[in-house]
Ligand binder design. Structure first.
Ligand SMILES: *Cc1c(COP(=O)(O)O)cnc(C)c1O
Length: 388
C-alpha cells in the first residue's frame, strides 16, 4: 500500500492563514518515503533524482542526506547542487544534447558522467571533457507513456554500436547504455522491452571490446492518478525481475523524478472570482497556468482538487489570475460548487509544477513551506502519518 501526502482541512486552513495563498506545502517525509519505496522495490539500483522535476533546495537536501545521486541537465542545476554540497561523483549530466557552457561547467566542477545519442555530441564531449565516462541513450518505444520523450531523444538500436565505437576511438570511456521510457509509464512492459534490447547491444559492444558496465533505466515511474492508479511497487518489482534475468552483475542506475517529488507537495489556492459566462460556471483562482498549474500544459496533468465540500458536483471552468485568455487550466472539471475565498488543496502537485512556473504578469511564484517544520505539524501532531 502506497501513502500520499494530503493535508487535512484543518492543517490547510492553518497554513493558508499563516502564509497566505497561493502556497506550496512540501512534505520532506514523503520525499524520504518515496526514495525508500523505490530502494525497496528496485534493490541494488543507484537512484539519481532527476532535478528538473522539482529543484527545491529542501528536496535536494533531503535526498542528499539519504545518499541519493542526481540527474542534472544544465549548468544551473550543476551549480545549484554543488552549492548544496553534492559531490560531482554523485551527478550524471544526463542531457543527450549539452551546451558548451554546460560541458565547461561540468569540467570545472568535476562531473565526469554524460549521456549522448548522436555523433555530433561525441566531438563536443571529446573536446570539452576528454576521457569522460559516457552512456549512449537508446530510443525505446512507449506510445503508452503520458509524456513520450523518445520522439526527441535516443539513438536507434541499429546505430548504437557504430556510435559507441566512435566514442571509444575519440578517447571517451564508453561505460554503458541508458534509456527513458517516457514519464508516468503505465506498465513495466516498455522497461522490460528496453532491457532486452539493451542486453543484446551490451553483448555486441562487449564482443567488440568496449568496457560496458553500467545500465541506466531512466525515470518514468508513475504516481497515483485517476480512477485506476498503477501499482508502482508491482511495476518496479517486474522491472527488478527483468534486471535480474538480463543484467545480473551489471551496475544499474535509475533517474526517478516524478515518483520522488510528485506526491510530496500540496498546492493551497483560493477562489478569487466566480461568475457564469455563457451558461458555464467559471472559478478564477489565485494560481494559474503561468504558476504552479504550468503542469496542466507542459505535463498534461489533471490535478485532483480537494474543496472539502460534499455537495453534488457541477462542471466548471478553472482559470488563473493573469490577464491572458490562455490562462485557463480546465474546462468542464467536476467540482462541488465553490464560493469566493474558498480554499482548495491541490494534491500531488510536486512534479513539473513549480519547476516550470513563471512570474508572468507580475504574479510571484508560490512560496514553498516544509510541512514538517510547521508548528501545526508538531503541536497538533499532524505529522506525515496523520496527514496522508
Ligand atoms: C525528465 C527525465 C527524467 C525523470 O523522468 P520522470 O518521468 O519524472 O521520472 C529522468 N531522466 C531523464 C534523462 C529525464 O530527462
Amino acid at each position: 500500500m502506497y501513502n500520499q501526502f494530503r493535508l487535512t482541512q484543518q492543517a490547510a486552513e492553518a497554513l493558508a492563514s499563516n502564509y497566505g495563498t497561493p502556497l506550496l506545502a512540501l512534505s520532506t517525509q514523503q520525499i524520504e518515503y518515496n526514495y525508500r519505496f523505490l530502494q525497496e522495490h528496485l534493490p541494488g539500483v543507484t537512484l539519481h533524482y532527476a532535478v528538473k522535476s522539482n529543484p527545491a533546495a529542501r528536496i535536494v537536501d533531503t535526498l542528499a542526506q539519504r545518499g541519493s545521486h542526481f540527474d542534472v541537465a544544465s549548468d544551473g542545476e550543476m551549480e545549484q547542487l554543488t552549492a548544496q554540497g553534492v559531490a560531482p561523483e554523485r551527478m550524471i549530466y544526463a542531457n543527450p544534447v549539452k551546451t558548451i557552457r554546460g560541458l565547461a561547467t561540468a569540467s570545472r566542477l568535476g562531473i565526469q558522467t554524460f549521456t549522448f545519442d548522436s555523433e555530433s555530441e561525441i566531438g563536443k564531449m571529446a573536446r570539452e571533457v576528454p576521457g569522460g565516462r559516457v552512456l549512449l541513450r537508446v530510443r525505446v518505444e512507449n506510445s503508452d507513456a503520458l509524456v513520450d520523450l523518445n520522439k526527441k531523444f535516443g539513438a536507434l538500436p541499429s546505430e548504437a554500436l557504430r556510435l559507441l565505437n566512435i566514442a571509444h576511438e575519440k578517447g571517451l570511456d564508453v561505460a554503458g547504455l541508458c534509456f527513458h521510457v517516457g514519464s508516468q509509464s503505465h506498465s513495466a512492459q516498455p522497461y522490460i522491452e528496453a532491457i532486452r534490447v539493451c542486453r543484446s547491444l551490451f553483448d555486441q559492444a562487449i564482443a567488440a571490446g568496449l568496457p560496458m558496465r553500467i545500465l541506466d533505466i531512466g525515470g518514468g515511474f508513475p504516481i497515483p492518478a485517476g480512477e485506476n492508479p498503477v501499482d508502482a511497487g508491482q511495476l518496479c518489482d517486474q522491472i527488478s525481475d527483468a534486471l535480474g534475468r538480463y543484467f545480473a552483475g551489471v551496475e544499474i542506475w535509475a533517474e526517478p523524478g516524478r515518483f520522488i517529488c510528485g506526491t510530496a507537495v500540496n498546492l493551497l489556492t483560493r477562489v478569487i472570482g466566480s461568475q457564469v459566462r455563457n451558461g458555464q460556471q467559471w472559478y478564477f483562482l489565485d494560481e494559474g497556468l503561468y504558476g504552479s498549474f504550468s503542469g496542466a500544459i507542459f505535463d498534461h496533468w489533471d490535478y485532483e482538487m480537494e474543496s472539502f465540500k460534499s455537495d453534488r458536483k457541477i462542471p466548471a471552468t478553472f482559470a488563473g489570475p493573469s490577464c491572458d485568455s490562455m490562462d485557463v487550466m480546465y474546462r468542464d472539471k467536476l467540482t462541488a460548487p465553490l464560493e469566493l475565498d474558498d480554499l482548495l488543496v491541490v494534491i500531488g502537485c510536486g512534479a513539473y509544477t513549480s519547476a516550470s512556473a513563471t512570474v508572468f504578469n507580475g504574479f510571484a511564484k508560490a512560496p514553498i513551506v516544509v510541512w514538517e517544520d510547521q508548528e501545526e505539524a508538531v503541536a497538533e501532531q499532524l505529522c506525515f502519518r496523520c496527514a496522508v
